[in-house]
Design a binder for this molecule. Structure first.
Ligand SMILES: Nc1nc2c(ncn2[C@@H]2O[C@H](COP(=O)(O)OP(=O)(O)OP(=O)(O)O)[C@@H](O)[C@H]2O)c(=O)[nH]1
Ligand SMILES: [Mg+2]
Length: 437
């Protein structure tokens, strides 16, 4: 039995309510010691005064009891919901910390214990972190889906299929042809290839899940003075970039994180694009183009009142999907303009620009089917490793080599969910394995 851990589960600082969570074998002792009463019935909120070791009342609050294994960590868990004042939280922590065998939890330790006790797989544990960090609707939805186990279930299915395939291959090695059903090895090879194809299709996702999690890079480019910084400020709802009538005001790339239509977007303001003779401005132009090149989405902002607004751009066009917007609609324009029109001075057209960006983000990030999305480079790396191993397996003539590559693929996928006890599971499968008679 491990140590008992405790921590403030709600955000630090002053709040209406604070939640202190305790997990481990001594959780029951903690409840008794703080309430001077017996442990309440599991999963029922009870209101109790909480006392320090000298018998003075610290606060009164709700006490919740979850008996092992029916808790988030799989251990005995107690939760104290108290008034969210610093002194209360500190007094509680002092009392809990004074009990021998009880200590402050480390970051992520509750979830970690949940994984170790089989309450969650690793993809679900990652989803807990993503749920807590979710700023936008798309992030929240994706994290919740992963927390529900959709991604883990997909990987576990592949792992189970691979396990079965490996068992066939092992049988083909261990037993003679007469003892085995005909074509078993060929069947195993076909199954392995089907899994390889499924993994390859899953990997070929244009990084949608990762982009939802990390945010989509949107870069605003355009000639000097078009109103790029004004647009970035309008979208951010605050003055992040300097706006002035001097062309060439912005030099550095300025970044803001936004929620646009439910998607996380990292918006970048850049230097106006033109042939600059001054060194600092030229460096700004270089950075602007590099940033546009690396972006997921580029918004080209042009000044509609200007005759040759896009001259420099025509020769230095970035090779990206562009959203073209014409600004300064409040001024007289020499000609009719194709695309979205906007006046940042009056605000006219801004809603339509926001909607257009959100639509582009959606187009880029929304998945076509309803298969769960790969959300982390860690998953991608392990799956690529598994796909490589399966490709080698397909080319391996010797059944021994074929089996060894399947084993490597299995291990790579097992690393994603945290289940790597391949040998143990193989034993189980082999025990029930019926050699065709
Ligand atoms: N009339 C009018 N003026 C605008 C509009 N939008 C921006 N401006 C003005 O245009 C000038 C340039 O705006 P900025 O936002 O600094 O332009 P920029 O594209 O960031 O310019 P650089 O950083 O120099 O490349 C400022 O004086 C703004 O007030 C608009 O819709 N109408
Ligand atoms: Mg600017």
């Amino acid at each position: 039995m491990g140590e008992t851990i405790f921590a403030l589960a709600s955000a630090p600082g002053r709040a209406g309510v604070a939640v202190v969570r305790v997990s481990g074998p001594l959780a029951g002792r903690c409840v008794k010691s703080l309430t001077k009463r017996d442990i309440p019935a599991p999963r029922q909120a009870v209101l109790r005064p909480l006392y320090d070791s000298c018998g003075y009342e610290i606060d009164r609050g709700m006490v919740l009891w979850f008996a092992a294994p029916h808790s988030v960590t799989g251990e005995d868990v107690a939760e104290f919901q108290v008034h969210g004042g610093r002194a209360i939280i500190e007094a509680l922590a002092a009392e809990l910390g004074a009990l021998p065998g009880c200590r402050q939890a480390e970051a992520g330790e509750f979830t970690r214990r949940g994984v170790l006790n089989g309450k969650l797989d690793l993809t679900q544990a990652e989803a807990v972190a993503d749920l807590v960090a979710a700023d936008t609707e798309a992030q929240r939805r994706q994290a919740l889906r992963q927390y529900d186990g959709a991604l883990g279930a997909l990987y576990e299915r592949w792992r189970a299929d691979l396990m079965k395939t490996l068992a066939w291959a092992e049988a083909a090695i261990d037993f003679s042809d007469e003892e085995l059903p005909e074509g078993m090895l060929a069947e195993a090879r076909r199954a392995a290839d089907d899994i390889r194809k499924a993994i390859a299709a899953h990997l070929d996702d244009a990084r949608r899940g990762e982009l939802v999690r990390e945010g989509l890079f949107l870069t605003v480019i355009g000639p000097p003075n078009a109103g790029k910084s004004s647009l970035v400020n309008a979208l951010a709802g605050r003055d992040v970039a300097i706006v002035s009538e001097t062309a060439g005001t912005t030099r550095d790339v300025i970044e803001v994180r936004l929620d646009l239509g439910g998607y996380a977007v990292i918006l970048a303001d850049t230097a106006g694009l033109r042939l600059a003779d001054e060194a600092v401005e030229a460096e700004g132009v270089r950075r602007a183009l590099a940033r546009a090149e690396a972006a997921d989405l580029v918004l080209l902002l042009l000044d509609g009142s200007h005759t040759n607004s896009a001259d420099y751009l025509r020769d230095n066009m970035v090779n990206k999907p562009l959203l073209t917007v014409w600004n300064k609609a409040d001024l007289p324009w020499p000609s009719q303009r194709e695309g979205l029109t906007l006046s940042l001075k009056t605000g006219e057209g801004l809603e339509a620009v926001i909607a257009a960006i959100a639509a582009k983000a959606k187009e880029r990030l929304q998945s076509s089917g309803d298969a769960p999305m790969l959300t982390r480079p860690r998953h991608r790396q392990a799956l690529a490793e598994a796909a490589d191993a399966l490709e080698r397996a397909a080319a391996a003539h010797e059944p021994e080599l074929f089996a060894e590559d399947l084993r490597l693929a299995l291990r790579a996928i097992g690393r994603i969910t945290g289940r790597v006890d391949v040998e143990d599971l193989l034993d189980v499968i082999f025990r029930d394995f019926c050699i065709g008679k």
